[in-house]
Design a protein around this ligand. Structure first.
Ligand code: ADP
Ligand code: MG
Length: 722
């Protein structure tokens, strides 16, 4: 054979063979498969069904009834291709068994005349039309030899995700061929000993049964195996990263002795709570280790996270390093800068005075001005330049800004700690960006949204978490109510009563992303309605939404803080960090559109002062019964962790914490709301495989490892390794 003729012969199929070479696909249909993310034959094996139809029970034709999926077996008696008036060509046939006859009608499929021929044994699965007493477009298959070989009927039938141009039957057939050709060749990255010890199905068997399960047990076993693999892969990646970060020199020992922090603490107008003290301790321990910290400080809005962060920052400044404190908005950045400056105001003086004394080792050495500066989009150019110069010179400064600090060309050569406030989606990618500014800095994320433990494990391996569960004293009660739109007048009456007593109120309207800019209209409409309400005539109603210029936003916010505005109509802009203890009433409209965690965070805007507060949730008119019911969870609990778990259960992980922007894959098979146990196992196994040389040397695992390193280089900061 010459080289030329050999190149025309069909190549033997391997898992990585391009899909076009799978018999029945070809170059013309290959692009359709690629649309489904199927580039190779193995990809097709991994194209798991959305669901499976149970078409296993054969019934006698005489017992067919409308209203459910039924499967019958019989002989084709009559078969007719029909031409309808619209030019469409339909096909109909009748099928009989010993008990009776049923007709099947196929719209626009006259070509079936060639397949469903008179005299053939066939199986049909479908519903019977109640009026016409016939099966319309049933699934079908000609029985050639044994029913056991059926693909499309008479079994648990896989329903695969499809795209235009690929039929369910066509895809099933392609999967069947792929299984026969390569399923046994796919290399199992799990060492055999591990697989057996974990009683997981062999990979080939799992592929077979995820598509064409013999029974429910086989299907579940297949699903578990493939879900395990998904979880395992990510855990291996996380384990590799942990190893990488643990290498020496990746992080700094970035905490001073803590004298400065003690000085500040002594001057606080309040005592730290036990939880705050514990959190500070945990963080400082991390800072003292030469490993990069990634810790989340979780606590309800108002639980006092800022002061904890400040204490951590003071340790770092004292050690001569820089700290970036990032708030989600400019308003908050400025608010934080002010608050923090106030906390340390006296101390800087003491520190400077002390610096001259022999024992004064808590002075901020080398600081030319206030150690806390704000740097935002509206910082005047000259001031900005001055700050940049101080930073470039390595002065130990705490810089408060928005997330733009990350992208900014602000040099922070001594950056050792990045504090990220109320930004739940701060992912590993942003961390990598920070790392490019110097060594890998310690990262402390402040969040009012607890991350469910399952999600933390799945996404971060282990996430270090400190919690503020107890609240500072002096907080009033907070009551939550769910009520219908028809009660609006009473709700406003109640709100007015709060206002009469000198309190303030929030009215929150949702951000409706899919409807373009309608959120602004909705907010404006609500503002108009309330501004004109007779009961509210004595008060000023402010409007705050995302499209206002930042000056205007600040004006409105500040007026509200100063109680010049009593009612603030706002989109979720207020979700973050606003501290107005005098606000005791919150009305959330279209509340069903929010996630529970988000509502929890919104609700935290009230109940911050000594007075009792009320939060009223009003579901939208289009709310589903489930959507309404979900809101009741808000009434029952104020435990953020419980709400986060409920969110995960009710909405899946898609909307939650960090998933979207983490750069990590979503799971296709694994389902975190039910695969918790599997996840724990995958984690333990991944840690073992990576740690044990014997397992690590397993060649198949090496292949997996290299593939993972390649794929997740960027989101996992592994790029820094090279
Ligand atoms: P968070 O950021 O967690 O929402 P903050 O840090 O803004 O909460 O704190 C809310 C308010 O509680 C602030 O006014 C803060 O000064 C105050 N605070 C913090 N810790 C305590 C405490 N231990 N005792 C009393 N008040 C506290
Ligand atoms: Mg805060």
């Amino acid at each position: 054979m010459t080289a030329a003729t050999r190149s025309h012969a069909a190549p033997p199929l391997a898992p990585d063979t391009r899909i076009q070479f799978l018999p029945g696909v070809g170059p013309r249909r290959a692009p359709l498969f690629e649309k489904l993310g199927i580039g190779t034959v193995e990809d097709l094996l991994r194209h798991v069904p959305r669901t499976w139809l149970d078409a296993r029970q054969f019934v006698p034709i005489a017992q067919l009834r409308p209203g459910a999926l039924f499967t019958v077996r019989g002989e084709v008696k009559q078969a007719v291709a029909l031409r309808s008036r619209g030019g469409r060509t339909d096909f109909t046939c009748s099928v009989a068994d010993e008990s009776g006859v049923v007709s099947a009608y196929f719209f626009g499929q006259s070509f079936l005349a060639r397949t469903l021929r008179k005299g053939l044994q066939v199986v049909l699965s479908g519903e019977v039309d109640p009026l016409e007493r016939r099966m319309v477009n049933p699934m079908f298959e000609v029985v050639e030899e044994e029913v056991a070989d059926l693909l499309h009927v008479g079994r648990l039938v896989p329903v695969h995700p499809l795209t235009k141009g690929i039929s369910a039957r066509g895809l099933r057939q392609a999967v069947r061929r792929a299984l026969d050709a390569v399923a046994s060749q796919v290399i199992d990255p799990l060492p055999e000993s591990v697989r057996v010890a974990e009683s997981l199905a062999p990979l080939g068997e799992a592929f077979e049964n995820i598509h064409f399960p013999i029974d429910d047990a086989a299907l579940e076993r297949a699903r578990s195996r493939l879900a395990f693999d998904e979880l395992f892969e990510l855990q291996v990646v996380l384990e590799l990263r942990r190893q990488f970060l643990a290498q020496e020199g990746r992080g700094l020992i970035s905490a001073g002795p803590g004298v400065l922090a003690i000085e500040v603490q002594r001057r606080l107008p309040f005592e730290l709570t036990a939880d705050q003290t514990k959190a500070i301790h945990e963080i400082v321990e991390d800072l003292r280790r030469p490993l990069p910290m990634h810790r989340i400080l979780v606590g309800d809005v108002g639980s006092g996270k800022t002061i904890v962060a400040l204490m951590a920052a003071l340790h770092v400044l004292e050690a001569g390093h820089q700290v970036a404190f990032m708030a989600p908005t400019e308003i908050l950045a400025r608010q934080h800068a002010q608050t923090l400056t106030r906390f340390v105001a006296d101390v800087s003086v003491v520190a400077h005075a002390g610096a001259g004394k022999p024992s004064g080792n808590f002075g901020l050495a080398g600081v030319a001005g206030p150690p806390i500066v704000a740097l935002t989009g509206s910082t005047p150019a000259a001031e900005r330049k001055a700050i940049a110069a101080r930073l470039a010179a390595g002065e130990p400064l705490l810089v408060v800004g928005t997330h733009a600090l990350l992208e900014d060309r602000v040099p922070m050569p001594e950056l050792a700690l990045a504090i990220v406030d109320e930004q739940h989606r701060f992912g590993v990618r942003q961390r990598a960006t920070l790392a490019k500014k110097g060594v890998i800095p310690d990262v402390l994320v402040l969040s009012a949204t607890p991350i469910p433990r399952t999600l933390a494990l799945a996404r971060y391996g282990d996430l270090d978490m400190s919690e503020l569960r107890s609240r500072p004293d002096g907080r009033g009660r907070l009551v939550t109510r769910v009520t219908g739109e028809e009660k609006f007048p009473q709700v406003i009456e109640f709100m007015a009563k709060e206002l009469v007593q000198g309190r303030q109120a929030f009215v929150v309207v949702p951000l409706i992303e899919d409807a373009g800019r309608n959120d602004v209209k909705a907010a404006e409409a609500e503002w108009t309605r309330l501004s004109q309400h007779p009961l509210l005539a004595p008060y000023r109603v402010g409007l705050l939404h995302g499209r206002l210029k930042s000056d205007a936003k600040r004006d409105v916010m500040e007026s509200f803080v100063r109680n010049e505005v009593q009612v603030l109509v706002a989109t979720t802009v207020i979700e973050v960090g606003i501290d107005v203890p005098n606000a005791t009433f919150m009305l959330v409209l279209d509340a069903d559109r929010f996630g529970l965690s988000q509502l929890h965070q919104l609700r935290g805007r009230v109940g911050r002062g000594a007075h009792r507060s009320v939060c009223v949730l009003v579901p939208g008119r289009a709310a589903t019964p489930i959507g309404r019911e979900r809101l009741e969870v808000m009434v029952r609990t104020r435990d953020g962790f419980e709400l986060a778990e409920a969110d995960l259960r009710l909405r899946g992980e898609g909307d939650l914490w960090g998933v979207r922007q983490s750069g990590l894959p979503r799971f296709r098979i694994a389902d975190l709301s039910r695969d918790r146990a599997l996840l724990e196992r995958a984690r333990v196994v991944a840690a073992r495989v990576v740690m044990e040389d014997r397992l690590l040397a397993h060649p198949e695992f090496q292949t997996l490892r290299n593939r993972l390193l390649e794929r997740y280089r960027e989101p996992l900061e592994l790029a820094l390794a090279g």
